[in-house]
Design a protein around this ligand. Structure first.
Ligand code: NIG
Ligand code: FE
Length: 451
């Protein structure tokens, strides 16, 4: 991958080499943007692999002998017995909020009902209420603590949405707090003004407020998200927001068809959104449309798991042969159609309270029957495509940022196969170790040896 060996030339010095990895999983796309179809299941893996890193970027990826012939590291990490991968890209989080909805969930588990009134609507309004009552510092500290956890679990880039404001003033505060977060994880801001229709406010007035706010918060958010769902907004309402957002230079994301089919996926593809997320009730038509589309289909197994929503849609059998849950069959058709599919946590305090992309990959295999390589590609390079960052992150390739995870296990399969424990050994962000036990060892120069 790093080109021909030029015999006889002295190795070029670089800041850091990572050598002797049991496996380097590059997650790179063979061609084009992202990985689709059968290629999802065939990740590139290098045995006795190595990386050369300089100036925070990857200079070369290959076998250890090849890399050491070309580059000498000023520091070295010996990754013997360890898997080395790109950092995770978590392309859907509701990072800034106060409070959790564990009481409501506990009632749901017991089937006794009550609480804040369900996931969408009442639940989001509840979170918006407690978020509004919390001070800036409390919200900031909570978000930073979560980012620490995400980093420790291997995430190096994350999207972060507003959406627990529900009023222009409160939405702006969340976006400002998000933009001011100082953390090794790179954050991509998203304005989710049209999350759910707040009770007691005419829908039209709420939507007009979102449209009016778009230019005011443009400097705080790269993306605009809309919730196109029976419990959110109609396609026409979402289109109104999306058109205005597009005029102001936002790229678009859509919460699509979570609680029922609303035409959210079709809308996302038609407006050229970067991503359509959820898709629990994606239609056959939309599945076909994803095949030719650059819109990423982002699946959220944390939500399926936590809401215990692996139940069939009306008229669908729960299982078919081989015993495959209905949602898994639907998502398999999405992959077979050639869709660009990603995974994300949808971290939020109600319907998906997990910060770990490891957990998400592990759930994706168990709930959606995704293969090992599929889960990895969807959590790295394809997620980077959905954030428009795939030229820079999402795979281990020369020229990309050196966002790298070193694992306590030797193969990518083992990360998906095990569950419920953090398997990260160390995290490298922009070429520097920012988490974990692995410390680069300075390489003694000839002068040191002689003295
Ligand atoms: O992505 N419109 C959907 N919104 C969220 C739910 C957030 C919450 O429950 O607080 C989602 O799952
Ligand atoms: Fe969400």
């Amino acid at each position: 991958m790093s080109g021909d060996l030029s015999s006889g030339e002295a190795p070029t010095p670089v800041d850091l080499v990572v050598v002797h990895a049991a496996e380097v999983l590059t997650c790179r796309a063979a061609s084009g943007r992202g990985v689709r179809g059968a290629a999802l299941g065939r990740p590139e893996r290098l045995a006795d692999g190595a990386l050369a890193i300089d100036g925070g970027r990857i200079v070369a990826v290959g076998g250890t002998a090849e890399i050491l012939a070309r580059h000498s590291g000023r520091e070295v990490i010996d990754a013997t017995g360890r898997l080395v991968t790109p950092g995770f890209v978590d392309a859907h989080t509701h990072l800034v909020h106060e409070g959790f909805r564990h009481e409501e969930w506990g009632r749901k588990v017991l089937g006794v009902g009550g609480g804040t009134g369900g996931t969408l609507g009442g639940g989001i309004e509840h979170t918006a209420r407690v978020t509004g009552a919390a001070g800036d510092r409390r919200l900031r500290d909570g978000a930073l603590a979560r980012l620490d956890t995400m980093l420790a679990h291997g995430t190096t880039t994350a999207e972060a949405k507003s959406g627990y404001g529900l009023t222009p003033v409160a939405e702006r505060r969340i976006l400002e707090i998000t933009a001011a977060l100082d953390h090794p994880i790179d954050l991509v801001g998203t304005f989710l003004g049209a999350h759910v229709p707040p009770r007691g406010v005419p829908r039209d007035r709420h939507l007009a407020g979102v449209v009016a706010q778009l230019p005011e918060v443009r400097h705080l958010a790269e993306f605009c998200d809309v919730c196109c769902d029976p419990a959110g907004f109609t396609p026409a309402e979402c289109l109104r927001i999306a058109n205005a957002a597009h005029e102001h230079g936002y790229r678009l994301r859509v919460h699509a068809d979570q609680t029922g089919h609303a035409g959210g996926a079709e809308l996302a593809i038609e407006i050229g959104a970067a991503s359509a997320d959820h898709l629990e009730h994606v239609s056959d038509r939309a599945i076909g449309m994803f095949g030719d589309s650059a819109t990423v289909a982002t699946l959220l197994p944390g939500v399926s798991y936590h809401l215990m929503d692996m139940v069939p849609a009306p008229g669908e059998p729960e299982w078919s042969e081989p015993r495959r849950p209905w949602l898994a069959r639907r998502y398999r058709r999405l992959i077979d159609a050639g869709a660009l599919v990603a995974l994300a946590t949808d971290y939020n305090p109600g319907s998906s309270p997990t910060l770990s992309m490891q957990t998400v990959m592990q759930l994706s295999a168990r709930l959606y029957r995704l293969g090992y390589g599929e889960a990895w590609h969807m959590s790295t390079i394809n997620a980077a495509v959905s954030l428009g960052r795939d030229a820079d992150i999402g795979s281990l390739e020369p020229g990309k940022r050196a966002d790298v995870v070193i694992w306590t296990v030797p193969s990518h399969e083992m990360v998906v196969n095990q569950f419920g424990v953090n398997l990260v050994a160390s995290v490298i962000k922009d070429g520097a170790v920012v988490h974990g036990a692995e410390r680069p060892v300075p390489v003694a120069s000839n002068a040191d040896m002689e003295s």
